[in-house]
Design a protein around this ligand. Structure first.
Ligand code: V47
Ligand code: SF4
Length: 389
């Protein structure tokens, strides 16, 4: 008698879904059309079982997390993405914020003695904040704390900076890397397909521009992440098209660390009439992402946007990575209506969230080097030791 995942695949009556399941179990890549079929016909249970099997083949029960904080230099932005609740147009810049170099450095200094490993710098595209400004910020951060990994600037911010400075992606990234930039975050990808991009973020860098900046970073030896803003006006084909472009680039360079689906939140933006996706659709999407993005080592849930309990649930749908302690340093999701109005988790809370669902918490750095396995540290010790709070 066959049992486990083989039995689940065997029991499926739909011939197409069964065939896709068999391919997954044989470690064969699924095609564009098969990705769409999974979205159209795959039940939550079936997709979850397959995605969880893949996740456990790759990582067992290990669930990574990191200790990090964000700096958002400004929310003033020259662009006007319809989904963005956060930015303020340059014409109304008095309604937004702009941090000085000293203010950013003071944020970094406020973590002196605390065991964070990463600062995530991302914000609006301010026309006055240029290459020199950010290079100076990064040099000062590195002079103060050389071991702090700087993951910074979306391809949207970089594209604008480079065009203004009349630099190619290679020239610009080489300069930023020399100033201290270690890797790129995955933001600004949204939905690559022009049918959707023209409606939700027409004026910023297009798919090829975004992909080219990440390709160039990879060729220069830097790693990066990739996101997808889902659950608004895109179709299943648009989602697979997005993942397919990333999968193709990953085949070429191998430079992506993790894929981060970002659930569209609809408060206070120009797409507030668009309903948010259901939790079932969210989990189906994580599962399909795990199955389709077969060359991405990690699939990350960003809990400030999903909420901590939903992020916990993703650990059964293919996710093996939770970002992060955050320490209430980002406003992008609270301003768009996330339940997490002050996103912050202590290490003890994050570890407990992972252990509650019988997974093994492992702290990582940005490049997924293992820092510490928390499986055998008791919750009581975690709660009393200031290092974990
Ligand atoms: O590109 C903006 C998204 C992104 C909304 O690389 C929204 O580790 C949902 O990319 N509803 C920026 N999403 C954040 C980002 C990110 C976050 C965490 C980790 C990493 C990483 C990257 O935020 C934007 C956009 O896709 N966003 N508004 C909204 N209303
Ligand atoms: Fe600007 Fe980014 Fe908001 Fe678009 S999503 S308006 S680029 S801050």
């Amino acid at each position: 008698m066959i049992t486990g995942i083989e039995a689940i695949v065997d029991a499926v009556t739909d011939i197409e879904l069964k065939h896709i399941g068999q391919k997954v179990l044989a470690n064969e890549r699924i095609s564009f059309k098969e990705g769409v079929i999974l979205f159209e016909k795959g039940s939550l249970g079936y997709l979850g079982a397959l995605a969880n099997w893949v996740r456990e083949q790759k990582h067992g029960n290990i669930t990574y997390f990191n200790r990090n904080f964000h700096i958002e230099p400004t929310n003033v932005c020259v662009f006007s993405c319809a989904f963005c609740a956060y930015s303020r147009l340059y014409a109304h810049r008095e309604e937004g914020w702009e941090l000085s170099t000293q203010q950013m450095l003071d944020i970094v200094k406020s973590y002196d003695g605390k065991p964070v490993t990463e600062v995530h710098i991302v914000g609006g595209v301010h026309p006055k904040l240029n290459m020199e400004f950010f290079m100076d910020v990064m040099k000062q951060i590195k002079a103060h704390r050389p071991d702090l990994h700087i993951k910074g600037y979306t391809a949207v911010e970089l594209d604008y900076m480079f065009r203004k400075a009349k630099l190619s992606a290679e020239e610009g990234l080489t300069m930023l890397k020399a100033a201290g930039l270690d890797s790129l975050p995955g933001g600004g990808a949204e939905i690559f397909h022009p049918e959707i991009r023209e409606k939700i973020c027409a004026d910023k860098v297009d798919a090829d521009g975004w992909l080219n900046i990440h390709r160039t970073a990879h060729l220069l030896g830097m790693h990066s992440n990739a996101t997808m803003l889902y659950g608004h006006i895109e179709s299943y084909e648009h989602r697979i098209d997005h993942m397919d472009r990333l999968r193709t680039l990953q085949d070429e360079t191998g430079g992506f660390n993790t894929f981060i689906p970002l659930k569209f939140r609809n408060m206070d933006n120009d797409m507030s009439h668009v309903p948010e996706s259901t939790i079932i659709e969210d989990m189906r999407l994580y599962a399909v992402a795990r199955l389709y993005m077969d060359n991405f080592p990690h699939l990350k849930a960003y809990w400030p946007m999903l909420g901590r309990k939903n992020a916990q649930l993703t650990l059964s749908f293919g996710v093996n990575d939770l970002d992060g302690t955050i320490d209430d340093t980002t406003k992008i999701y609270s301003m768009a209506g996330s339940e997490e109005q002050n996103p912050s988790l202590s290490t003890a809370e994050l570890v407990a969230l992972i252990k509650q669902v019988k997974r093994e918490p492992v702290e990582r750095d940005t490049l997924y080097n293992e820092i510490k396995n928390y499986a055998d540290i008791s919750q009581t010790e975690m709660e009393i030791n200031p290092l974990y709070n």
